[in-house]
Write a protein that binds this ligand. Sequence first.
Ligand code: IPM
Ligand code: MN
Length: 371
Amino acid sequence: MEKKIAVILGDGIGPEVTQQSIRVLNAIGQRYGHSFQYEYGLMGAVAIDQTGNPLPDETIAICLKSDAVLFGAIGDPKYDNDPTAKVRPEQGLLKLRKELQLFANIRPVSTYHALQHLSPLKSKQLKGVDFVIFRELTGGIYFGKKELSEDKTRASDDCVYTQPEIERVAHLAFQYAQKRKRKLTLVDKANVLETSRLWRRVVQEIAAQYADVAVDYMFVDNAAMQVILNPAQFDVILTENMFGDIISDEASVLSGSLGLLPSASVGNTTALFEPIHGSYPQAAGKDIANPLGSILSAAMLLDHLQMQQEAQTVRDAVAWTLSHGFVARDIDPVNNYATSAIGDLIVDHIERQRDGGRRNSNASLNQSTII
Ligand code: IPM
Ligand code: MN
């Protein structure tokens, strides 16, 4: 197959981790006879520096004519502590989500046996943890009217949802649950917020169409606690934009490192794939960042292009590096591998199809590092 992929490297460690994903996609292309054509677009602080605009129109056009978007990260400390900055890197990402109508953000949370010791949770609590967060991505408080009074002493952000906005993401989440453990938890704050009461009513109505999915409802404050106390109870979590932002960062620590988690944003046009970590500016350019969040996002991209076997090959290669201790500094501060070295190992694994060596480990550390 021939596929066009829009690439947005972004800021901080975005370029170096995305570069490893591109190498991995190329190795998959080689092995399975696909050709991936990349077209690069600017977004974030790098786009502000070069064009004055965090999301130039050209980038939107490149995304819209591609089969998928691979995105690194955005954000730069020079904007974070300046509440008066009129133009911010994050505006680029928010606008892109809106322009591409990416209304559902899918964040799988899984754990790896080899990394359980890094999780703040005890390993018995991690048993059976495998859930997916469906976060609504183009509505709610992120996109409501924002106001700051003239004397700058009063501010407001409106939180608005419409029934169709809730329905479209809820249907996706229910369909996803049907292919998994058939459980869906709506996380809201229906004891306080009118928008949450609308979510609850709409989800209750839709639930009737998915009789095979068990539904439960949880207030977000309790959900924040349950994600830590008993994460194995969840299968699909469905929630609005800001609750999803917060709960998904919280859930990411279960796996042992934020650097591992991928995400997909899907909607009415081209889907976008990005690691959930940010731009980690302190590590930028040092070749120390963990590329696995990006590489696993590339695996989700392959799934989306109906290349399931290819996606599994990438996941197997990632699992192989983790189980052999070929990990970045966030996972092992003493014995660690460079971003590019982990990319080398994964590419090598895909090329050589070292299936036999994967489980019973014929490949010793030395053999595997000499490529
Ligand atoms: C995320 C990020 C973004 C968000 C920021 C960068 C605007 O935190 O993708 O979760 O809040 O949605
Ligand atoms: Mn976030």
